[in-house]
Design a protein around this ligand. Structure first.
Ligand code: NAG
Ligand code: NAG
Ligand code: NAG
Ligand code: NAG
Ligand code: NAG
Ligand code: NAG
Ligand code: NAG
Ligand code: NAG
Ligand code: NAG
Ligand code: NAG
Ligand code: NAG
Ligand code: NAG
Length: 721
């Protein structure tokens, strides 16, 4: 009984706390904090935000990361973030509001006579290759006096070995401290004896964690020592002086004394990084971040990113406003809330690399980790759902992601006559599958590859790239001619459903892939075969029920149905493989099979996938279909799931659509932080591709022509501001 009353009291307190707070635009499942690449991926569960002073940052898989911010206001210390147990005399700040945009997560916390804003900025800058690939994220702490007060403020922040893939308190890590030219401080933490490219539960074990700071009209002190003692020292003194010794349960820590702060506020900025000199093993060649051509060590990295802060922040504000504005104008505020939350998640699964040996910036390649589902490298049926995000923001990324796959296939080492599923089973080892035993999705990946190649060509006008691999593309098109209409028992992208024969969705993919290949290469006969497939599936009802009310899940099974997300590229690329009436039919069918939480993936399951829902939503507004009601049904279902407050893991694209005894409606399923959320751009993408790299600088850097290239880069987006 006592327990019951206690938990009731807590839940009432919790509800009161939640009500007083403002979450803008919504309370998301997780807040991205520092999300830049598969190994720099720190989040805060949404339901912990109200409790920010005590809440711990987490790696995407839930492992706690020590990262704290404590402020001292007129001599009284307040935890602002990341202090699960307060030291003696330390109080907790009070969260007032939490906000997110495409690149920023900001928390406003009051403490004594001051108000603090903790602004976690993870830039997404796809056309500025240096900035995009810098393995760093920013934390800006701003302090202002309340109501005319001018309190004396010091700010403290620390991290520990958890950022190095080492979670024991008695772990030995090598620490370093550099003070460059009196202005930038850099702490480094490097574990000993770990193998290059090795992971512990998906965290990187072979890199170096970096924490950087510089004074900004403030006095910076730093130290290394036991967590409790160092925090107590700050609480007592507002500065750090020692012991400069890594011992049991240690942290590396900064204090910034801001002096008296007024109403207008004072800001200090930290940068947190994870440095992998060898970032990805691509067929035996080490790839490093593109950024390494600018900075060859983490300390230089600190100086660079702190110098670049003002420009990166300015770009981020332009970028955020452009994305939110365009999404809202295309499909309303709910769509904007969705798209903006997932930009960091999508780009944060990628690494933009160059050869570590040659540092050849003319040969960038992008790698993506199939986060949480299996860790595969450059899975083609992950690139496919992500593709709309790249199409809108940086179509060149389609080539940069496909190029490593095509180079591998061109070596001839992959022994099959259909496309490979991925470049390696375990990121960051892109070592290929020379013995041919990768996950097999023959029709799925052949169709995806042809469609993606054409998507890139259409968006950029670059016809040369596909030309180089013409022989391979033709081989896969020929494979689809023979195997695409009635696929043998095999997996599709939704491999959890198992092997099914004659999947209608795969036949649709083959039809559109063949047409895309025909248009891409000017070979009409391939397009004609694709359209013939479409005619068989739709006009001749091989892929529909006999009354032609819907497309089936497998051909011949009239009472089955499937979500035909594979139609989407036909609409996006204006291929007209299927007639608009096919899309109109299928779109108007979806509301009839909707469950309480949304439309399932197919008639066999009671879960949905938000990437495919967005593809279906976009197809519903194809020219001649114009079913805005169905588009909005999908958007609102995704929005309701995203904002329902019951999920806390980095957003899963898969979720439950009805209460079934084990799960409730709107509960996440199985996956975390997957990059497929790039697919949420599908509706926006219908408005045309973004700028390709040709018009943008790839050098980026400190100031200079930033405003110029931001204008060019986001020209299309900005027209919606
Ligand atoms: C992670 O941190 C939270 C505080 O946010 C704490 O409640 C939880 O016990 C920690 N988990 C582990 C395994 O330390
Ligand atoms: C201080 O940082 C906050 C949060 O990033 C920002 O809103 C504000 O504009 C900054 N102030 C100045 C003067 O740069
Ligand atoms: C030293 O810091 C100043 C800014 O305080 C910066 O302009 C300069 O480039 C830095 N020099 C080096 C070598 O990092
Ligand atoms: C990648 O391969 C290396 C050996 O080259 C191995 O030590 C490492 O554990 C592998 N990484 C993963 C994530 O499997
Ligand atoms: C980490 O990995 C170990 C061994 O694979 C596993 O037992 C453990 O549950 C994992 N922990 C987390 C938090 O993922
Ligand atoms: C520090 O403050 C002085 C005087 O208020 C101002 O002129 C200067 O620009 C400030 N420096 C920085 C780095 O903000
Ligand atoms: C505060 O600073 C003084 C002088 O540096 C030092 O002697 C003292 O130990 C510090 N207090 C704590 C709690 O570390
Ligand atoms: C330094 O402080 C000024 C004034 O508060 C602010 O505009 C600027 O953004 C701060 N710089 C950093 C790197 O935080
Ligand atoms: C194929 O190679 C992978 C490693 O790349 C290995 O795990 C697997 O056992 C091999 N399969 C066969 C059949 O040799
Ligand atoms: C697939 O459909 C075709 C055409 O209806 C049929 O001939 C074939 O037997 C089916 N395959 C399987 C495995 O059911
Ligand atoms: C197909 O349509 C006919 C005529 O409207 C109807 O009688 C029949 O029940 C329908 N069949 C199914 C399976 O819905
Ligand atoms: C936005 O989505 C919510 C569900 O989160 C829904 O209740 C609301 O009606 C939607 N708003 C609009 C304007 O469609």
């Amino acid at each position: 009984m006592a327990i019951l009353w206690t938990s009731l009291a807590i839940s009432i307190l919790l509800r009161q706390a939640l009500c007083r707070l403002s979450y803008t635009p919504v309370l998301p499942p997780p807040y991205p904090l520092a999300v830049r690449n598969p190994y720099l991926s720190a989040w805060l569960p949404g339901n912990e935000a109200w409790n920010l002073p005590f809440a711990s940052a987490q790696f995407w898989n839930g492992l706690n990361l020590t990262w704290s911010v404590i402020a001292r206001v007129d001599g009284q210390s307040y935890s602002l973030f990341g202090v699960p147990s307060l030291g003696p005399g330390v109080q907790a700040g009070v969260l007032q509001r939490a906000d997110y945009t495409s690149t920023h997560t900001t928390f406003t916390v009051t403490a004594g006579a001051a108000t603090f804003v903790l602004d976690f900025l993870s830039p997404v800058s796809p056309l500025n290759y240096v900035r995009q690939s810098a393995p760093f994220s920013y934390l800006i702490v701003s302090a202002a006096g309340n109501n005319g007060a001018t309190p004396a403020v010091q700010i403290y922040s620390d991290i520990d070995n958890t950022w190095t893939g080492q979670f024991d308190e008695d772990v030995q890590v090598g620490w370093g401290y550099s003070l460059t030219n009196e202005s930038t401080s850099a702490f480094t933490l490097t574990p000993g004896g770990t193998a290059t490219y090795s992971e512990y539960n998906d965290t990187g074990m072979w890199g170096t964690s970096v924490y950087c700071a510089r004074p900004n009209n403030s006095t910076l002190t730093a130290t290394v020592g036991g967590l409790d003692a160092v925090r107590a020292q700050f609480a007592a003194n507002g500065s750090l002086s020692g012991p400069w010794e890594w011992q049991y349960a240690s942290v590396v820590a900064y204090s910034q004394d801001l002096g008296k702060v007024g109403e207008s506020g004072t800001n200090v900025t930290f940068a947190i990084g994870y440095w992998r000199q060898s970032a990805v093993d691509y067929l035996g060649d080490a790839r490093t971040a593109y950024f390494t051509a600018t900075c060859s060590d983490p300390v230089c990295g600190c100086v660079h990113v702190l110098e670049d802060f003002a420009a990166a922040d300015a770009e981020a504000h332009t970028f955020d406003a452009a994305i939110a504005g365009k999404a809202a104008s295309v499909a309303g505020a709910n769509y904007s809330d969705i798209v903006t939350l997932f930009v960091r998640q999508a780009f944060g699964a990628t690494d933009l690399t160059i050869s570590e040996d040659k540092l050849d910036t003319g040969d960038p390649l992008v790698f993506v980790k199939e986060i949480s589902s299996d860790g595969n490298v450059n899975t083609i049926d992950v690139i496919c759902p992500m593709a709309p995000g790249f199409y809108v923001l940086a179509p060149d990324y389609l080539r940069l992601l496909l190029e490593p796959i095509m180079r591998y296939l061109a070596t001839g080492a992959w022994p099959h006559d259909y496309a490979v599923h991925d470049l390696g089973a375990a990121y960051p080892n892109a070592t290929g599958h020379d013995n041919g035993t990768a996950e097999q999705m023959p029709v799925e990946e052949c169709g995806n590859l042809l469609t993606l190649a054409y998507m890139y060509q259409l968006a950029t006008g670059d016809k040369n790239w596909a030309q180089q691999y013409q022989g391979l593309f033709q081989e896969y098109a020929d494979y689809l001619i023979v195997n695409g209409l009635y696929p043998t028992q095999q997996l599709s992208s939704d491999d959890g459903l198992g092997d099914i024969a004659n999947q209608t969705g795969l036949a649709v993919k083959a039809a559109i892939g063949l047409n895309a290949y025909g248009v891409m290469t000017g070979q009409r006969n391939y397009s004609d075969i694709g359209k013939q497939f479409a005619k068989t599936l739709y006009d001749d009802k091989a892929g529909t029920d006999q009354n032609r009310t819907h497309f089936t899940c497998s051909q011949g099974k009239d009472d089955s149905w499937g979500m035909m997300y594979n139609f989407y590229p036909d609409v996006l690329l204006n291929l007209n493989t299927f007639p608009a009436s096919a899309y109109a039919m299928q779109s108007s069918y979806y509301p009839t099979v909707r469950m309480p939480g949304g439309v399932p993936l197919d008639s066999l399951v009671d879960f949905g996938k938000t990437d495919w829902m967005t593809f279906a939503a976009a197809t519903a507004v194809a020219p001649g279909v114009d079913n805005v009601g169905v588009r909005d049904m999908f958007i609102d279902d995704i929005h309701a799931y995203m904002a329902n407050g019951i999920n806390t893991v980095p957003f899963s694209d898969k979720f439950h659509l009805q209460d079934n005894g084990s799960f409730v409606t709107g509960q996440w399923s199985q996956y975390k932080a997957r990059p497929l959320v790039g697919g949420h751009f599908a509706i926006m993408a219908l408005d045309g591709p973004g700028q390709s790299g040709a018009g943008a600088t790839k050098s980026g850097g400190n100031g200079g022509d930033e405003s110029g290239w931001v204008q060019i880069t986001y020209r299309r987006l900005s027209s919606y501001l």
